[in-house]
Write a protein that binds this ligand. Structure first.
Ligand SMILES: NC(=O)c1ccc[n+]([C@@H]2O[C@H](COP(=O)([O-])OP(=O)(O)OC[C@H]3O[C@@H](n4cnc5c(N)ncnc54)[C@H](OP(=O)(O)O)[C@@H]3O)[C@@H](O)[C@H]2O)c1
Length: 383
């Protein structure tokens, strides 16, 4: 007997191979087991391509193994509607699958109802939250469908004592080569990278995916209220090769006062967008900015690599869905060294914002910790 947790973890790890290729579709993995043995495995490989269930069934066929009477373990409820591919429910029924175990419900209005359709066809169906990896895998997809906002990942490198730069702002390099290589791969899987003006001035980063075969070319987005980004900044001198958006105050984006500045930015290839001012505070309204990135630029995933000013505001607005933290074996022990986020989110432990530990990976002397906002990975249960 294959344990659901083992099978769903396996399906989820397989699905993660599609990261950066399938979005805005969800990453989905499927494992087919019969008589206590895995006989087929598959994942959604690219946007518009075969769904995981059909990939897994094809895998059984390639091995000459019959899935009839077997169990399909799927990270997402099998779809029940026509999109770029026919419904997976039909394929599972036709293949004679006897039981389907899935980790997360399908939130799409036109394709949901897969569990019911399978039950109606006499298949035993169970939803389970035993694999947190599988349950959270399609959260970015669900978020986009239900809120229209992109999935927001915050990445930072910190010392053991939680500092992201020295008191003078030095942060190159806290993490090791392996961690930085992982970050480049992560950049190559997202649609946009968001940074604040403070980081552009302090570090002058390129914010490009410098890794073999990046899957996407992320748009660089700089939160710069007053269009003050230095014209010699790396993000501007390379804006012809890598798309770059400067998100400034809405008034300034069309004001005569900034017209020379906007022309200089346009000459370098950057796009200026005007964003409403943040309510009651300094800077641009970050919720509005993310909404614009989704609706006007087709952005479904954003990675933010920024300093405590912007990160604090993003946490304050509860816009961070996932935090990827690189912890390096360094100790600053300086109360004036920069902390991860400025602000005062919670003054008691009971009021602290909750995140769940989603993945842990050792990278030589560093550790990569991935956290998900607690509500983003709603625990499953029998549905
Ligand atoms: N270790 C790491 O992983 C890491 C990563 C990145 C940065 N860092 C370090 O972080 C430091 C820079 O941090 P920082 O706090 O000065 O800069 P930041 O967070 O990168 O940028 C802050 C700036 O963003 C602009 N902004 C626009 N809208 C905003 C909003 N709604 N809320 C907040 N800010 C908004 C503001 O400038 P305007 O008001 O002018 O628009 C603000 O000053 C550097 O020392 C850098 O090395 C470390």
């Amino acid at each position: 007997m294959i344990q659901p947790r083992y099978a769903l973890d396996l399906a989820a790890r397989c699905a993660l191979r599609g990261r950066g290729r399938v979005e805005p579709n969800p990453m989905v993995g499927c494992v087919i087991a019969r008589d206590g043995v895995v006989i087929g495995i598959g994942h959604h490989r690219r946007f518009g391509g075969l769904h995981a269930e059909r990939e897994a069934l094809a895998d059984c066929a390639r091995r000459g193994l019959d899935p009839r009477g077997g169990t399909a373990f799927v990270t997402l409820e099998p779809c029940n509607g026509h999109g770029k591919q026919p419904p997976c429910v039909e394929a599972l029924i036709a293949a004679g699958i006897a039981r389907v175990v899935y980790a997360a419900p399908d939130p799409s209005a036109n394709k949901g109802g897969g569990a019911k359709a399978l039950r109606d066809a006499g298949i035993e169906v169970e939803r389970t939250g035993v694999s947190s990896l599988a349950s959270g895998l399609s959260a970015p997809f669900a978020k986009r469908l239900t809120t229209g906002l992109p999935w927001m990942i915050a990445k930072w490198a910190q010392t053991i004592d939680g500092r992201i730069a020295t008191r003078s702002g030095e942060s190159k390099w806290i993490s090791n080569d392996r961690s930085r290589a992982r970050v480049h791969r992560l950049r190559g899987c997202v649609d946009a990278i968001l940074s604040g003006l403070g980081t552009i001035i302090a570090d002058d980063p390129l914010l490009t995916a410098r890794c073999p075969f990046p899957r996407r070319t992320p748009i660089r987005v700089i939160a710069d209220t007053d269009l003050a980004v230095p014209l010699r900044a790396n993000v501007l001198t390379t804006a012809r090769e890598t798309p770059t958006i400067i998100a400034c105050d809405k008034e300034l984006a069309s004001s005569a006062i900034t017209s020379d500045r906007r022309s200089a930015l346009a000459e370098r290839g950057a796009t200026v967008i005007g964003v409403p001012a943040a309510a009651g505070g300094r800077g641009v309204d970050l919720h509005a900015l993310l909404s614009m990135l989704a609706s006007d630029f087709g952005v479904s995933t954003v990675l933010t690599e920024t300093g405590p000013g912007l990160l604090g505001a993003l946490f304050d607005a509860d816009l961070i869905d996932e935090a990827v933290v690189y912890v390096a074996p360094l100790m600053l022990g300086d109360e004036l060294a920069k902390s991860v986020a400025v602000g005062r989110l919670a003054e008691s432990l009971s009021a602290a914002r909750r995140y769940e530990l989603w993945r842990v990976k050792a990278l030589g002397s560093d550790v990569e910790l991935t956290y998900r906002r607690a509500h983003s990975t709603a625990p499953g249960g029998d549905a």
